[in-house]
Structures are given as C-alpha cells and as structure tokens.
Design a protein around this ligand. Structure first.
Ligand code: FES
Ligand code: FE2
Length: 448
C-alpha cells in the first residue's frame, strides 16, 4: 500500500514532478521510424507534453512544441521542407533545433526570424525507433540495449496505446506469479468457454497455459535483487511444498526505468516491453520483438523495421483475451486510469513490486539531490556497442529459461504457437517461422 502522496509521486510524469524529472533523464522511444516515413508530420504526446515529430525533405528528424509562435496555429498541420517544418498558415519554417529559419511573408531583409524559436528536443534513430531526449543538457548518450542492435536478427515493433498509467503496466513485470492465473488458468477458461481449448492447446506439455499453471506449484517465496541496470527476480521453489525439486526460477529482466526483457541468451525470440508514459493516465506500450538467428543461419536483411498495431478489442468491441499481451493489457487497464494504491493489499507475491517502488524512490531522490540516476551514459569511450540489460550466461538455464533455444512455446512458432503472443499481428510471422524451423534443424543435426 502507498499513501496518496507517494502514489502521486511515483506515477505522475509532468515536467517538475519527481518522476517526470527522473524520466526526463532518459532517451525515450516515441514512434517507429517506419511510421514517420509514411506520415512525415505527426502529433505526439510524451510525458504530458504535446509535441510535433517531423522528418524534413532531407530526412533529418525534429521534435518541436505544438504551437507556431506567429499566431499559434498547431504545427501538426505543418508540412516538411528541405531544412525544417513549415507552418501551414503563413509558411514560417522551423529547423530541427526549433530555430525559425524563414518568414516568407515578411520583408526580405527582415531579421525578425532570428529572434523566433519553438521548443525543440533532440531526436535520434536506433533499432527502427525514433528516440527523444526531453531533459536537461548535456544530452546523454543513447544506450545500445542489446535487442535494438544485436546483429543477425530480424525485428518488428508492436504498438498499443493503453488508457492507464505507465506504472501499472510496468509493475506487471515485478509480479511473476500472475502468469499462473492470467496466462494459465484464465487463458484456459477463455479457450474452454469459446470451445477452442483442444484446437489451440492440444499439445499439453508445450502450450504456454499449461506451463504457466505449473508455475504455482511448490512456491516457497519470491526473490528480487538489484542489478547494474535494474532488477532481477523470480521464485524459490521447494520440493517439500510440491515442486519437482528445490530450485530458484528467474523471470524476465527489468531494465531501469521502463523496460522488461523476455527471453535470454541463445533464445531465438526475445522481446523488450517498453512502458512509455504518454501522460499520467495513458501509456504508449511498445512490444519490441527481436528474433535472433544462430551464427550458422543468416537472418534476412531488413531495410526498414516494420511496425504494427496490437488490437485489444475485436470488431464488435469485445475484449480480445486469447493472447498473452492482451490478457496483461486488460488487467492493467481494469485497475483504473491510475491504480489507487491506498486500497491495495500486497502479499508475498508482491516482493519484487515493493523492490521496484523502492528503486524508483531511490532514483527520484538522487535526481532531486542533483545526482545522476542509473543507466545514464556519458562516456562514448567506455560505453560498449551493445549493452545486455541483465545477467547474460548462455550456460545458466535459469537465465535462458530452458536447455534449448526451442524449448519454449515462444520459440516454436513453426509449431503453431506464434498465435499465443501479440506477434501474431506482426508482418514477420513467416520469416520468424523460417528462422525457428532452421534453428530446430540445426539443433536436431547436433543431437543426431
Ligand atoms: S501561424 Fe504559423 S506562420 Fe502564421
Ligand atoms: Fe503477463
């Protein structure tokens, strides 16, 4: 439980709020680059600020304030020129730094434009995403978290705008046991109710819902530890309590401040789930899928990383509940625009949620004291070309989640399991299936 004040402190993201100031220390992914190729000028809302993202005719990116300073027309109606964005009304043009560089209807020798600026934030491209930095100068480096840059991979970007605060989406990652119910028992109930259980999950040992249900057996306690980049967490199992053996499981990695990473070394399918705050009551949720081919297989070349929308409702407006991300998303949205944490009752399954809240509080205090929070990188000589967010040990089954690259349903698309995740709406299904198929052939050849 939190007090109302503590709940506000940890959820609100506007400029000048403690969490808003912490969030403004990071590069934030705001749109897929591929979307900007189709829509050169786009209204975006990030951390409670209305902004306009654009791409000039010379393909430079800019992110500026919403209103033209001439007579306050919205720049989302602007259009791109070689060196900037032109306002639709009288053609004033702003470059990617927000400087006005043309006032075509003023006198030719006028220096008026030199004194006119709009707010502008730096933007960059990485991994098929446009990233913005909305914090104080100097601007930090854009960290190459592994899935955005790892070679020999194909990628696709799923987007869902969710009408709820970003933290309830992110707290899901501090909650490993929800899987047993939401993605296990409840998934089973939904498929049974629609008479699709046999069709979708006939292969009992392989289907995710049965694996998830098993998760509840023999839990002794939950654990959470800090890592250099965030948090790791999992469950301690006890044979005496009904588990197959005494062991410690490890769940998805958490990278501060808003990333969850599923999958691990050696696994073909890995994913970042990124909870970007649009404002206090809306979240731009990115599921960034990266499908990594083993060295012996060549992943197809991708000139543009495609994106797709993740639907949460069917054509009749009924909630979709038969894939993992939709189950999560409906649970988060149902908690309300901002979860009222004064009314919650945390139990033993919430150990890592409490840990995450403490980590956020520590980092907010650091920023309030003028310090630099974690995961802000400034030295290009010491920043590696690729950063693994968590523990990375190919021989540790607790990290990889299994003994083989194809042991999980998430690596068995070619056996029909791709439909259990949001990836089923993405454009890469056939290519992913082909990588999975070849990877399995390779694994079989090794064991023959
Ligand atoms: S209102 Fe933008 S140029 Fe006049
Ligand atoms: Fe989940």
């Amino acid at each position: 439980m939190l007090t109302a004040e503590a709940n506000q402190r940890i959820t609100q993201v506007g400029a000048g709020t403690p969490m808003g100031e912490l969030m403004r220390r990071y590069w934030i992914p705001i749109r897929p680059v591929a979307q900007l190729i189709d829509e050169e000028v786009m209204a975006v809302r990030i951390l409670g600020e209305n902004l306009v993202l654009f791409r000039t005719r010379n393909a430079d990116l800019g992110l500026v304030g919403e209103f033209c300073p001439h007579r306050m027309t919205q720049l989302k109606y602007g259009y791109p020129d070689d060196f900037g964005l032109r306002c639709c009304y009288h053609g004033w043009m702003f470059d990617t730094e927000g400087q006005c560089i043309d006032t075509p209807m003023e006198a030719q020798d006028s220096t008026f434009k030199d004194r006119i600026r709009v707010k502008a934030y730096p933007v960059k491209e990485m991994g098929g995403l446009v990233w913005a930095y909305m914090g104080p100068k100097p601007v930090p480096l854009l960290p190459p978290w592994d899935l955005f840059v790892i070679p020999n991979s194909i990628r696709q970007i799923g987007i869902a705008e969710l009408p709820c605060n970003w933290l309830q989406c992110h707290e899901n990652t501090g909650d490993p046991t929800h899987s047993a119910y939401l993605h296990g028992h409840y998934f089973k109930y939904i498929l049974e109710k629609e008479s699709r259980l046999n069709n979708r999950a006939a292969d009992n040992p392989m289907h995710t819902l049965y694996g998830r249900i098993k998760l509840e057996k023999g839990i002794e306690s939950l654990w959470a530890n800090p890592t250099s980049h965030g948090m790791e967490k999992g469950i301690n199992y006890s044979k005496a309590l009904g588990a197959e053996r005494d062991y410690q499981s490890r769940h998805s990695t958490v990278i501060f401040p808003f990333y969850t990473q599923t999958g691990g070394p050696g696994q073909v399918r890995q994913e970042f789930q990124i909870r970007v705050p649009i404002d206090d009551t809306n979240t731009y949720h990115i599921n960034y899928g990266c499908y990594i081919a083993p060295d012996q297989i060549k992943a197809p070349q991708q000139d543009v990383i495609p994106w797709y929308e993740v639907p949460l409702f069917d054509d009749k407006g009924k909630p979709l509940l038969d894939f993992v991300l939709a189950q999560d998303a409906h649970a988060w949205i149902s908690q309300g625009p901002v979860t009222d944490r004064t009314r919650e009752h945390l139990g033993r399954t919430d150990v890592s949620i409490i840990f995450m809240r403490q980590q956020f509080e520590e980092q907010m205090l650091l920023v309030e004291d003028g310090g630099e929070p974690m995961n802000v990188f400034r030295n290009s000589k010491t920043m590696p070309d690729l950063i693994h967010g968590g523990k990375w040990d190919e021989n540790d089954a607790s990290v990889t989640g299994g003994s083989s690259a194809l042991s999980s349903f998430r690596s068995a698309y070619h056996k029909g399991y791709g439909i259990d995740d949001a990836d089923r709406y993405g454009p890469l299904m056939l290519q992913i299936i082909e990588i999975m198929r070849q990877t399995e052939e390779l694994a079989n050849a090794k064991t023959d």
